[in-house]
Ligand binder design. Structure first.
Ligand code: SF4
Ligand code: SF4
Length: 172
């Protein structure tokens, strides 16, 4: 299958340092700020690992199975439920007090590649696709959390976490 070419706004991306270690503050977490929708294919990759995910998010369990946390937002797109404070139901607080994604943690626990379970839109932040969808660039709110900061000195090196994201989405 022919891969879609993805452009990268290197100049803009190089203006920040970024490393996601998890958030201490719910109000700053990208897992609470945005409504996340998944495709049917993504939903079908999450459901089989709910037993592992619920080890971190026990609120997902019911007496005879698991809560349905997906609501069809539009055809083929399913919104993930949030708690009252806006935090995604797949987020949990790790032993160090930082908010983490249980889908990401389960990928690591099961030695699965990034994106096997975690939704693409979540892997992307603080990058985003341009309006036409062909260029990876910085999200408008990229500096909204302590995990990203404006570089004091210009650099042509992309932060390692962002480079990994660019490679994940086929950017060169
Ligand atoms: S990318 Fe930033 S805002 Fe999102 S979870 Fe990681 S540390 Fe928090
Ligand atoms: S699926 Fe994971 S990364 Fe995405 S919003 Fe929920 S907790 Fe955050």
């Amino acid at each position: 299958m022919k891969q879609k070419a993805v452009g990268v706004d290197v100049k803009k991306i190089c203006t920040i340092d970024h490393a996601c270690v998890g958030c201490a503050d719910v109000t700053k977490s990208c897992c609470a700020k945005y409504d996340v929708c998944v495709t049917e294919a993504e939903l079908n990759r999450i459901i089989p690992v709910l037993p592992e995910v619920s080890k971190y998010c026990s609120h997902l369990k019911t007496e005879d199975g698991y809560t349905n946390v997906f609501e069809e937002a539009e055809k083929g797109q399913y919104a993930i439920d949030t708690h009252e404070n806006g935090l995604c139901v797949f987020a949990y607080t790790a032993d160090n007090g930082l908010i983490r994604c249980a889908l990401h943690t389960v990928e690591k626990d099961l030695s699965l590649p990034l994106g096997s379970v975690k939704p693409a839109v979540c892997i992307l932040f603080p990058l985003t696709f341009s309006e036409k969808g062909n260029v990876l660039t910085l999200h408008d709110d990229a500096l909204g959390c302590d995990c990203s900061s404006l570089r004091k000195k210009p650099s042509e090196d992309i932060s390692p976490d962002l480079l990994a994201t660019i490679h994940h989405f086929g950017g060169k």
